[in-house]
Ligand binder design. Structure first.
Ligand code: GLU
Length: 287
């Protein structure tokens, strides 16, 4: 099988060295196995995602030598595919309406980085009358009726991983498809065979695997790469100083130097990608 890898950033700002490190791993893993590599813009958040950020992110990736095999697709241009997938789940009785906190549901278009709590099931068993009453207050979002099972997947770093499947949001109450639906549909339609991304998405992966099975898709192999943290041990962010290529260039650090340092931080000694060498712990940014 031909390996197809991908990097799927949300174009909501500049990529930082943590994102770039994961992109290098995703690209190198696919390319060194003779496969190909794609970039996809996960731009469902209409308030923060912009074409300008997508262009800037492309240029940053290119300056590290990461060039996709085809022009990137934009999720905002593929909404009907996600709606079709949701409709097929609705038709099979695998969904229910949810009227819980606006924030939970609003956040559903973004990937749930880090710890997240499983949905407690508040709206899972509403009666028809209760649902009708709640609908008068505001429209419901749509959740997956997951039946609380577990799913197992294979990860280059974490081995065989099992975890609980959540009643994830499939569609927000403004009608927008969620991240979890879009990522599963696109990984399948783009024939992605390996998904390399930050390990803060490890917890949501069983739910994505479950959705893949429901929709009749293959499950890719995963590679959840440890995050880059600042010297305070917290996930890298702007407040940690010069964390973008632009800022580092202002300080005289070239893109080539950043690439070399990130490559080394990933434990790689030669040009050929080696998953076994990738450190299992977060990397403290030394820029
Ligand atoms: N678009 C997601 C993010 O940037 C990545 C999701 C994924 O790689 O599956 O957070």
């Amino acid at each position: 099988m031909t390996i197809i890898g991908r990097f799927a950033p949300s174009p909501t700002g500049e990529l930082h060295v943590g994102n770039l490190r994961t992109a290098i791993a995703a690209w190198a893993s696919a390319i060194s196995a003779g496969g190909s590599f794609l970039v996809r813009w996960e731009d469902l958040d209409q308030f923060t995602a912009t074409r300008e950020h997508a262009v800037a992110q492309s240029l940053d990736l290119a300056s590290l030598g990461i060039v996709p095999a085809a022009p990137p697709i934009l999720q905002s241009e593929r909404l009907s595919l996600y709606h079709d997938a949701i409709a097929s789940l609705v038709k099979r009785g695998l969904t229910y309406e949810c009227f819980c906190s606006r924030k939970d549901i609003r956040d559903a278009v973004a990937a749930p980085h880090g710890q997240f709590a499983l949905y407690p099931g508040t709206c899972r068993s509403l009666s028809d009358a209760e649902r009708d009453a709640r609908r008068q207050e505001r429209p419901g979002a749509l959740r997956l009726r997951a039946h609380g099972g577990t799913e197992t997947f294979t990860d280059y770093i974490h081995g065989t991983v099992s975890g609980r499947v959540d009643d994830v949001v499939l569609r927000r109450n403004d009608g927008m498809p969620s991240y979890n639906v879009a990522v599963v549909v696109d990984d399948a339609l783009q024939n992605i065979s390996e998904v390399v991304r930050g390990d803060d998405l490890l917890g949501i992966t069983p739910s994505q695997v479950y959705l893949q099975k429901l929709l009749g898709y293959e499950t890719p192999v995963y590679g959840h790469v440890p995050l880059v943290v600042g010297d305070d041990g917290e996930r890298l962010a702007k407040r940690h100083g010069a964390v973008t290529l632009r800022h580092l260039a202002d300080l005289g650090v070239s893109a080539a130097e950043v690439r070399d340092k990130l490559w080394e931080s990933l434990g790689q000694q030669s040009e050929t990608w080696n998953w076994n060498a990738v450190p299992r712990t977060p990397w403290i940014s030394t820029f």
